[in-house]
Ligand binder design. Structure first.
Ligand code: ADP
Length: 540
């Protein structure tokens, strides 16, 4: 009686097949790079993706090939998302905000054979084109009439695609085949390629869709503001068709006004990093605007300040899903949803829990360990390195010689965390950012979030500065809100409500802006470098 059930490889083409078959007319709406709003459906989108796959095979590309895509969230990107794996190849997402030398490195390291690029991003590729020997063609995601200047030698996507009809079947194969590739940002050393398989992407989407995670259904309209090129697009392009929901894709206009306009197209659930929402909330405040349809907002990528959660929930009636994850985890590791013991708490106490990143879905396992690798108790206090294991967690980076996990398969996330008895995870820091003062740890994230709650603080970053007696001491860098000049003592007083005296920053520095990484996070590495270059000394 062994193995009497059907056995079909978990390949991502099945996700869009399902959407086309059972939710075929659900609307997909996007802002095109040319400007106008364009519409499609799951059924139409599937045909477009099949045409992409057929044309790629006709061009001699398929199994074993890696094809790069540099584009914003549009319907064309969505058809490549399925068309490329559907031809047997792997889709390598390229972040246009990376420095040119990093792009050259990752395109050559992966060995991309073809590049698809949005028309506004052509100059980025044109500048490095002669350093990409393996790239056969560059295809610009537009029609012949909109080919931009500087695209000589490149091909207009619609003309290229016109040569293939949709009479095609997805290339079949093993569920462990490579499906997509995303490089980590490479803040330390060269970027590393994470290779998602068809199986890992499918299982991850099932996990992320579930009720305690995004809880996505066919009645939802999902808008990923998070770019598809960032960390596997947070799986949004897989959970969308899996659940049969409608989609809104915002294109390249990620200004608060642009995002708000698209959210008002019936969106019920959206996802992005905290900085996007900080900008949007100020915009809403200034214009006294409300949301008509939005119900849930997933926030992750860096720690979401309590003030943002409160504002969304108490003022706008929109529930916040605080999420944590990383490129290596496909990327979602945990989402904060309420277990019954949390639901039973007061609203204020529930907010305390929402500062944690919640608990993992089935398929993700977690541990916290001390420096020697011994398990730490889940008491909400003990803080250690957060390790993970799961069906959609990296085992080995692309072209690496050794596994990225320990001998038992645990991957060190590089984050420090505490866990409660019921498995709620609080990220206290990245292990390299934590501030070690006199043998005790100070969480830079906690300092930053407390500072952000000050009405005159727009952005804050706490960094460790070496100190002869204490080892390290915290220094808080603050960007004031436009038109304000905050008094450092008022910030210190606000922090003192949450921290012991020895945890308060030695200095509070006011800067016009903070350096950010290509994924929009504060780059503490560059911040420290800038401070050193400016001659900063502790207490000066
Ligand atoms: P990059 O380093 O390129 O930005 P990732 O998106 O993979 O790439 O970053 C993952 C890291 O982001 C995590 O290891 C963690 O440090 C941080 N992070 C993600 N979500 C959160 C969160 N909700 N709270 C705190 N840190 C977070």
């Amino acid at each position: 009686m062994h193995n009497l059930m059907q056995d079909m490889p978990l390949r991502v083409g099945r996700l869009i097949d399902h959407a086309a078959r059972f939710h075929g007319k659900r609307p997909l709406t996007g802002r095109s790079i040319e400007g106008p709003i364009v519409t499609s459906t799951w059924a139409e989108q599937r045909i477009r993706a099949l045409r992409v796959a057929k044309k790629l095979n006709a061009d001699g590309l398929g199994r074993g090939d890696i094809l790069g895509v540099m584009g914003w969230n549009t319907l064309r990107f969505l058809e490549l998302w399925y068309g490329i794996p559907g031809c047997g190849a792997a889709l390598h997402t390229l972040n246009p905000r990376l420095a040119p030398e990093q792009l050259v490195y990752i395109i050559n390291h992966a060995g991309d054979r073809m590049l698809f690029v949005d028309l506004d991003l052509v100059p980025i590729i044109a500048r490095i084109r002669d350093q990409l020997p393996a790239v056969r063609n560059v295809i610009v995601l537009t029609d012949a009439a909109h080919m931009p200047e500087g695209s000589d030698g490149m091909i207009a996507y619609e003309e290229w695609l016109a040569e293939a009809d949709g009479d095609f079947d997805w290339v079949q194969g093993d569920e462990h085949d490579a499906c997509g590739i995303c490089y980590t940002s490479g803040t330390t050393g060269n970027p590393k390629g994470v290779v998602y398989t068809h199986r890992s992407n499918t299982l991850h989407a099932l996990a992320v869709q579930s009720p305690d995670m995004l809880s996505l259904g066919a009645a939802d309209t999902l808008m990923p503001v998070v770019p598809l090129f960032h960390a596997n697009g947070w799986s949004t392009a897989f959970v969308g068709p899996l659940s049969g929901c409608a989609l809104v894709l915002p294109g390249r206009d990620l200004t608060p006004a642009g995002v708000y306009e698209m959210l008002e197209m019936g969106v019920t659930i959206t996802a992005a990093v905290p900085t996007v929402w900080l900008g949007l909330l100020s915009y809403l405040d200034a214009g006294d605007l409300r949301f008509s349809t939005l119900k849930r907002v997933a926030i992750g990528g860096s720690s979401c300040p309590r003030a943002v959660i409160e504002r969304f929930q108490n003022h706008y009636g929109i529930h916040v899903l605080h999420a944590w994850g990383m490129t290596e985890m496909s990327p979602i590791g945990t989402i904060c949803s309420f277990k019954p013991e949390v639901l039973a708490l007061s609203a204020e106490e529930r907010l305390d829990f929402q500062e944690t990143v919640g608990h993992p879905p089935f398929s993700v396992d977690l541990r916290i360990v001390d420096e020697e690798g011994h398990d730490l108790p889940w008491d909400g206090v003990a803080q250690g390195r957060l390790l993970t294991k799961g069906d959609a967690v990296v085992r080995r980076y692309l072209k690496a010689d050794t596994d990225a996990t320990d001998a038992d398969g645990w991957f060190d996330t590089g984050d420090m965390a505490t866990m409660t008895e019921s498995g709620y995870v609080r990220i206290t820091d990245r292990s390299k950012d934590i501030i070690k003062s006199g043998g005790e740890w100070i969480s830079s994230i906690a300092l930053e979030n407390a500072a952000i709650a000050h009405p005159e603080v727009a952005e804050a970053a706490a960094v460790a500065w070496s100190h002869p007696k204490w080892g390290e001491r915290p220094v808080l860098c603050v960007v004031p809100r436009p038109g304000t000049t905050p008094d450092p003592e008022s910030i210190r007083a606000a922090l003192a409500e949450h921290f012991a005296k020895w945890q308060l920053p030695d200095d509070i520095l006011f800067l016009e802006e903070l350096p950010h990484t290509a994924t929009g996070k504060i780059s503490k590495l560059n911040l420290r470098k800038n401070l050193v270059a400016s001659g900063y000394a502790l207490g000066s």
